[in-house]
Design a protein around this ligand. Structure first.
Ligand code: GAL
Ligand code: MG
Length: 972
């Protein structure tokens, strides 16, 4: 039997690898043979099944689950997809066999030849020409194997990579995401001189001190005499560390065989690295033979920075930073966990444009290029090891059979990523309980890399302040704001509090994000957190045959919506029996990276420039960054007036260091009509930035200069109001009369938080209307109706008064005590077709809700009705606009209707009734109605984040009792 199989490595957690080269930070991509492309492929039902003569092809890198095999993606959150206990795996165990020939270049004769497999999930078995070469686990890190003795330069070799999908390792790769199988990152073959750089470790401090440790090896064993290393930093030679050489020479335990060399430098006037100022230097390390010729070279882009914890503050270069983070998976809607450089760059560019400065690589080491990009564009990275044993967390954390795997995964990540300035914290993994295996891994890191803190959420079993555990940071997930503040004020806090996950972005969500940040920025000890999460992991699926579109789906989506005949699949859509539904769609971007409205909310919360107050006719401007001045920004003033005008004026940003404020004069005269006035500072990039061209909007802080005066009541009467026998308004522009609405299509938060269940049990989704009385008086009509639910009746009164050109509607609704928390209280009506443009004065232009309205400035906005709607994967309440004062809905010929509200209200205009949205499971099932469905809400419940984490705060709930609201409807 093949020895690789004899070990049955897929059921042996102790076996983490065999024949694998130690992980290192030497980048071998340049000059390597790229073995990406079509490989011969067959999918076996079990790892023991015989390979047949029947081959298809599979594209590498890629997941076979997305490449037209019968093994389709499956989504589970915490559950394992099979019942076997660790370390066992199921008998039915899809096993992909990849094979191809490689022509080994003749000029590689005499060189050391290495195969690198970028990532394979979950067990990789390597053979060359039938000979066993190696084994690797750890699905999201590369595995390298020395092929020098098994291939012949100048001839061809057959590479066979067998990938077993389920294994003991699956139990520690139980992250909340799709299960796939395949070789998901590139495969390379490269050659080095027998004398080579085995690793390079860089330590570059903010003060300019640089230390470069090199490990040198020789393929033949003993190192040849006379080798030496040199290095240069942007062309400046580095000095050898003579002290290190001397000590090593004197230390009897250190033999030449260790092959260690160290260089040092102190860089004067160093440009330090921070996420705001990601200055990098080019470091080249050369390994020389005794005759001076170069045997090996390693190139690095390095950054000088310090990270330390002082008291309960996390400091970068001595400054307390805010962590405006997001959790990011490697994800693509066509290729799964295979992501291209361009795609990763686009992810980071987008995040940068929306004010994010940090990424947690949830929940495994990401593609290597991600870290290069984070260094270059400026992100703080929490680098997370590929360990999540969610379903069997308790069994595994202390299981000695998994000890090796824990230490292996954490140490390999550190060895790979240690030279990235962006990486400021190591994470031991996610949701794996807390046990000795974690402590062992943490111990390894503390010795190997004392320059960075460690975090692990699960370590806080005995509280966030426990000093003795593996986590240097208190990094809870989904902790309520009050709990974080209470901890920071308790006097017990010992560590920085930075939530590893918060503000769950499933569907229409992220309510109270601004409240989180108000608390963070005003409470010493709180430093931010990582929103869960970046992506909605919808896989593009053909509706016809239910198969993933795969690479042929390129371009079959736009603005967050899949092309006709396609949809974004979530859990269950591939016929999975065990799955967790739409919980996989919980990102701040759609599967095609279209930003969701919360991104704008975040951008404003993260604004580098703030307007703090208006006093003595001056505005106070603040530099809210940690390291940068304002000189990289341009700005202009905008004044929005309730009379319909928007005035603009150039703005000169004051010269402010971080944290400084200055008063600047208001460049406008306010009209003396007593109307509302809002000033906005529109801030853009002054020059091209690596993440956005000159003129990219950065933030738009806003202040109210004057509140609205009390409305004038000079009403000119109009023609009498007409109602039908049911007391329903008859109006030529309306196809459905204004009625009371207490229902919204449940958001994911409403559903998973159990809120919608309550609403349904009260009958709010099917209130029965009964007219009680209709009184007419001089063209004025008062209608009293009752809306009956299952546990109570809402008394609703509408008084219609004719006014010039239309009708004024005064409404009240009296909610019984039992309706203690409803979705909305307001009016709903439907319009004739053709009114396709909404123009309004209020918050916008993007979607906003009462507890997610900080990023939508008040102004005059204009958006087509179709673009108002946000196409959340599972249809739900969507498209609302907060703080609307008045609006028009018009046809291209400028006919239509105008509505004026008594005070700023939540309004939504869509093509869908709440019941349409409630009934659909996917966006493609929605059939737009020809007219518009308009909601005007006296009150609208906050969104919160109850699908995973806290619900909205009490102040965004709708109390029972009497609600009153008035509005006027006129024809244009
Ligand atoms: C956390 C977990 C994430 C994800 C999230 C909910 O508990 O760490 O992986 O499952 O909840 O979407
Ligand atoms: Mg989990």
């Amino acid at each position: 039997m093949n020895p690789l199989w004899a070990l049955r490595p897929w059921e042996a957690p102790e076996v983490t690898s065999w024949g694998r080269i130690p992980m290192n930070a030497v980048d071998r991509r340049t000059g390597a043979l790229k073995l990406d492309g079509d490989w011969r492929f067959q999918l076996l039902p079990t790892p023991d099944a015989a390979v047949t003569d029947v081959w298809s092809t599979s594209y590498v890198p890629g997941a076979w689950t997305l490449q037209d095999t019968d093994d389709l993606p499956q989504y589970t959150n915490t559950r394992m997809p099979f019942p076997e206990f660790p370390p066992s795996s199921p008998t039915a165990n899809p096993t992909g066999v990849y094979e191809r020939e490689v022509d080994v270049p003749a000029e590689w004769a005499g060189r050391r030849i290495v195969l690198q497999v970028g990532a394979a999930e979950s067990v990789l078995l390597v053979q060359v020409d039938g000979r066993p070469v190696g084994i690797s686990k750890d699905s999201h890190l590369a595995a390298e194997f020395d092929l020098t003795d098994v291939v012949r330069p100048g001839s061809s070799a057959t590479l066979r990579l067998t990938v077993v999908k389920w294994s003991d390792a699956s139990h520690i790769e139980d992250q909340d995401q799709w299960w796939h199988g395949g070789i998901t990152r590139s495969v390379l073959l490269y050659a080095t001189d027998p004398l080579y750089l085995a690793d390079v470790t860089v330590r570059a401090r903010a003060g300019g001190a640089l230390r470069v440790d090199c490990q040198v090896r020789d393929a033949h064993g003993a190192l040849p005499d006379g080798w030496y290393v040199t290095g240069d930093l942007d062309g400046e030679c580095l000095a050898q560390d003579a002290e290190f050489d001397r000590v090593n020479a004197e230390d009897e335990r250190v033999s030449d065989f260790l092959g260690e060399a160290r260089m040092r430098a102190v860089v004067p006037d160093v440009r330090t690295w921070t996420a705001e100022t990601p200055g990098l230097y080019g470091l080249t390390v050369r390994l020389h033979r005794a005759d001076g010729t170069v045997a090996d070279t390693s190139r690095h882009r390095i950054g000088f920075r310090d990270v330390e914890i002082v008291g309960r503050d996390l400091l970068v270069n001595g400054e307390r930073i805010y962590v405006r983070g997001v959790n990011r998976h490697d994800f693509h809607p066509l290729t799964g966990r295979t992501v291209s450089y361009d795609d990763m760059r686009a992810d980071l560019v987008l995040l940068k444009r929306f004010g994010f400065n940090a990424i947690r690589t949830a929940h495994y080491p990401n593609d290597p290029a991600l870290y290069d990009l984070a260094d270059e564009l400026g992100f703080y990275v929490v680098d997370e090891a590929d360990i999540e044993s969610h379903d069997h967390a308790h069994e595994i954390a202390d299981d000695p059979r998994y000890l090796n795997a824990f230490v292996d995964r954490v140490s390999r990540m550190v060895l790979r990523d240690k030279n990235h300035p962006s990486v400021i914290i190591w994470s031991l993994g996610n949701e794996s309980d807390y046990g000795a295996n974690h402590d062992a891994a943490a111990g390894w890191v503390r010795r190997h890399d004392p320059t960075r803190p460690i975090q692990y959420e699960g370590a806080a079993k005995t509280g966030w302040a426990d000093p003795d555990v593996a986590s240097d940071i208190a990094c809870p997930m989904y902790a309520p704001i009050e709990d974080c503040v209470a901890h920071a004020l308790s006097g017990e806090q010992t560590k920085p509090l930075i939530q590893c996950e918060y503000s769950h972005a499933m569907g229409n969500s992220n309510g109270t994000l601004a409240d989180h940040w108000a608390a963070i920025e005003s409470t010493p000890g709180l430093q931010g957190g990582f929103i869960w999460e970046f992506w909605d992991h919808g896989i593009l699926q053909r509706v016809t045959d239910g198969r993933p579109a795969g690479r042929s789906g390129a371009g079959l989506y736009d603005k967050g919506v899949a092309a006709p005949g396609h949809r974004w699949a979530y859990g269950g859509d591939f016929g999975e029996k065990i799955h967790d539904g739409a919980f996989v769609a919980d990102g701040i971007v759609f599967p095609d990276r279209t930003p969701k409205p919360v991104m704008y909310e975040h951008r404003e919360i993260a604004a580098p420039v703030r307007l703090t107050c208006f006093r003595h006719e001056g505005l106070v401007v603040e530099n809210h960054q940690c390291f940068r001045g304002l000189d990289w920004l341009s700005a202009r003033w905008e004044l929005a007036l309730s009379d319909g005008r928007t005035l603009t004026a150039p703005a000169a940003l004051p010269d402010l260091i971080p944290g400084e404020t200055a008063a600047v004069p208001l460049p406008f005269e306010l009209p003396d009509d007593g109307g509302e006035a809002w000033v906005t500072l529109r801030v853009t990039t002054k020059d091209d930035e690596p993440w956005g061209p000159r003129g990219t909007e950065v933030c738009a802080p806003q202040l109210r200069l004057r509140a609205a005066a009390a409305p004038r009541n000079a009403v000119v009467p109009g023609p009498p109001v007409v109602v039908d026998t049911e007391g329903l308004l008859v109006h030529p522009l309306l196809t459905a009369a204004p009625t009371l609405s207490l229902w919204r299509a449940p958001t994911d938060n409403d559903e998973l938080g159990g809120i919608a269940l309550r609403w349904r049990s009260w009958g709010l989704d099917a209130l029965v209307r009964k007219v009680v009385s209709v009184r007419q008086d001089h063209g004025r009509v008062a209608v009293h109706a009752e809306y009956a639910g299952t546990i109570g009746v809402v008394r609703h009164v509408q008084v219609f008064t004719p006014v010039e050109g239309g009708v004024r509607v005064e409404e009240s609704a009296e909610l019984p005590e039992d309706f203690e928390d409803v979705a909305r209280v307001g009016t709903v009506f439907e319009t004739v077709p053709g009114l396709d443009l909404l123009e309004w004065f209020g918050q916008g232009p993007w979607e906003s809700y009462p507890d997610r309205s900080s990023g939508a400035p008040v102004g005059h906005h204009s958006v087509s009705v179709d673009d108002l709607f946000t196409p959340y994967l599972r249809p739900q309440e969507s498209g609302g606009r907060h703080g609307v004062r008045h609006f028009t809905l018009s046809a291209p010929d400028a006919t239509g209707l105008a509505v004026r509200l008594d005070e700023p209200r939540q309004v939504s205009v869509t093509r869908y009734r709440a019941e349409d949205l409630t009934a659909a499971a996917h966006h493609d099932e929605l059939v737009p109605r020809p007219g518009c469905v308009v909601h005007i809400d006296a009150a609208h419940r906050g969104l919160g984040t109850a699908s995973c984490g806290p619900d909205t705060s009490a102040s965004y709930l709708i109390p029972p009792g009497v609600h009153r609201w008035n509005w006027t409807l006129r024809a244009l």
